[in-house]
Design a protein around this ligand. Structure first.
Ligand SMILES: *Cc1c(COP(=O)(O)O)cnc(C)c1O
Length: 344
């Protein structure tokens, strides 16, 4: 039986979170002299309000999740950091990561002096279930799953994730790219699994990376605990206002996704037809991972032509691999035109 109180760091259970006079006040006030703000109304003189100018309500509706089942972060990177700090005791606990994967898990764990148990993905970049079960029985605190995975681009098998969710361990599913995938989000399962935490972001499919807005979904008990350690005003009013406005255009968001998928398929077909490409991995995200005959030469050539891509060749199982983000029509045209000049 999963017992959340046995999973969190013990001192957090007793921690009284920061609370402002405004949090504690119920009703409608006329004069606010509680937070040492300046009285000039320039649109930003007040600390962000609870609903973040309507952003929380809007996201709750748009993602179909009640407000007590979600928490926002200054990017999902901040959320991942909060999750780590909620569950992992420095120099004692460990997390499980599955390389090659998003490198921030490891960076965040190292910052906290939290251990890292690595169970590499298999040659198809799928989860090694037996390896994970062994690591879990060794006592890992968090299982970090990235699906679709960065940098490989693939979704992780549902049946394997289910097996992991049935274990007595907290499972974090990072769905930064889920909007590009043909699979429902694990958010739908948060009431079924008390140990499930799902993170998403407005940085990728929603095109709002500069606003720094990440989302976390879990049952209300986990969210309540995360709220204890969340910096009080982690989302700023300027970001919130901009997001409320830009999220309204859902048609444009859907169109953008279709454009990305079309360009991803176009670039994939192009790369596969090139003699200097060994393999292009199937992708459910807005990027492609390609194995080249010689990645450093190709990367150098692109850099000389002022095109920056991501070298992933040092990642586990990614020898000679480059990662290409799917940009605009124009950018993909430019990439392909440049690659046409490449003599391997
Ligand atoms: C980009 C990315 C993030 C970070 O998203 P932010 O919300 O911009 O912090 C998280 N996870 C993965 C796998 C990513 O690729």
């Amino acid at each position: 039986m999963f017992d959340l109180s046995k999973k969190i760091r013990p001192h957090i259970a007793d921690l009284a979170p920061y609370s402002s006079a405004r949090d504690e006040f119920v009703g409608t006030a006329e004069v606010w002299l509680d937070a040492n703000e300046f009285y000039l109304d320039n649109g930003y003189n007040r600390y962000p309000n609870k609903d973040l100018n309507g952003l929380v309500s809007k996201l709750s509706t748009q993602f179909g999740v009640t407000k007590d089942r979600m928490i926002l972060g200054n990017g999902s990177d901040e959320i991942l950091d909060m999750i780590l700090r909620l569950f992992c005791e420095p120099s004692k606990d460990s997390i499980l990561t599955m390389p090659p994967t998003y490198s921030m898990y490891q960076v965040l764990a190292k910052i906290q002096n939290v251990g890292i148990q690595k169970v590499p993905l298999d040659s198809s970049f799928q989860i090694d279930l037996e390896g994970c079960l062994a690591a879990i029985s060794n006592g890992t605190k968090l299982v970090m799953i990235c699906s679709p995975n960065n940098p490989s681009g693939n979704l992780m098998a549902v049946s394997v994730i289910q097996k992991l969710l049935e274990q007595d361990v907290v499972v974090v599913i990072d769905e930064a790219y889920i909007q590009f995938a043909d699979q429902p989000s694990w958010v739908e399962q948060i009431d079924r699994y008390p140990n499930l935490i799902v993170t998403q972001t407005l940085s990728k499919a929603y095109g709002l990376a500069g606003l720094r807005l990440g989302l976390c979904f879990a049952n209300p008990e986990i969210i309540r605990l995360l709220n204890k350690i969340k910096p009080p005003y982690n989302i700023n009013t300027a970001s919130a206002k901009a997001a409320v406005e830009l999220l309204s255009n859902t048609e444009q968001i859907a169109q953008r996704k279709a454009d990305v998928i079309r360009n991803r398929e176009r670039l994939q077909a192009y790369l596969l037809s090139q003699s200097w490409i060994e393999k292009v991995y199937p992708s459910d995200a807005n990027f492609l991972l390609a194995k080249c005959m010689d990645n450093s030469e190709l990367r150098q050539f692109l850099l000389e032509n002022k095109i920056v891509i991501r070298d992933r060749s040092k990642q586990y199982g990614c020898e000679n691999c480059l990662r290409f983000s799917i940009g605009s029509n124009n950018e993909i045209d430019q990439l392909i035109n440049t690659l046409n000049q490449y003599q391997a």
